[in-house]
Unconditional design. Structure first.
Length: 169
C-alpha cells in the first residue's frame, strides 16, 4: 500500500517512492471555476502565484484568469504581484495575449493600465459590444436505449445487421 503525503495546499501528491505526481493546484482549480473566494484562500495558504504550465512557462494563474474573462480574479492576482508580462509559448505578454484571444477587451485594458506591453503581433478585440462566443445549446439526441426500445420508432437496421431475439420465459 502506498503512503500518500500532501504538500503546498494539495498541489502535489508524493508516493512512498518519492515520485511526485503534479496535479492542478488549488489556485488553478479556483481560477478555472471563477471562484474569487477560493482564489483568496489558496493564495493565503501559500499557492504559487507564478505557477508554471506544462512547458515551464510561469504565470499560468493570471493567463487562465485573463483567457476566461475573470477580471476580479485577474485584478487580485495583479495586486498580489503576478507578472503581467510573463511569457508563454507564443512569446512575451502571455496574459494580454490570452485576454485578446478570449475577446476580453476590459481585461486587456486592465493589464495595459498596470503597465503590460501589447505585443506587436496581438490584435485587440473589437469594441463592438460583442462578447466571447457563447456555447450553443444543442438539442439532446435520444439515447440508444430510448431509440432501441421505443415502439413508435423502428429499430435502426444496417446492411449485414444481425438481429437476435432473446425470450425470457
Amino acid at each position: 500500500m502506498a503512503t500518500i503525503a500532501t504538500s503546498n495546499f494539495c498541489r502535489h501528491l508524493t508516493l512512498f517512492t518519492g515520485r511526485t505526481i503534479s496535479m492542478h493546484s488549488a489556485l488553478r482549480r479556483a481560477i478555472e471555476r471563477g471562484n474569487l473566494q477560493a482564489v483568496l484562500v489558496a493564495l493565503e495558504h501559500g499557492a504559487d502565484i507564478e505557477e508554471a504550465d506544462i512547458h515551464g512557462d510561469t504565470g499560468l494563474p493570471l493567463r487562465i484568469a485573463c483567457f476566461k474573462g475573470y477580471s476580479a480574479i485577474a485584478e487580485e492576482l495583479i495586486r498580489r504581484g503576478a507578472n503581467i508580462n510573463a511569457a508563454n509559448a507564443n512569446g512575451p505578454g502571455g496574459p494580454i495575449r490570452m485576454a485578446a484571444r478570449g475577446h476580453h477587451r476590459d481585461i486587456v485594458h486592465l493589464l495595459m493600465q498596470h503597465g503590460a506591453v501589447l505585443p506587436a503581433d496581438v490584435q485587440l478585440p473589437l469594441d463592438d459590444g460583442s462578447e466571447r462566443r457563447k456555447r450553443v445549446e444543442r438539442p439532446q439526441a435520444k439515447s440508444w436505449r430510448t431509440v432501441w426500445f421505443d415502439r413508435s420508432t423502428p429499430r435502426p437496421r444496417s446492411p449485414g445487421h444481425l438481429s437476435i431475439r432473446i425470450d425470457t420465459h
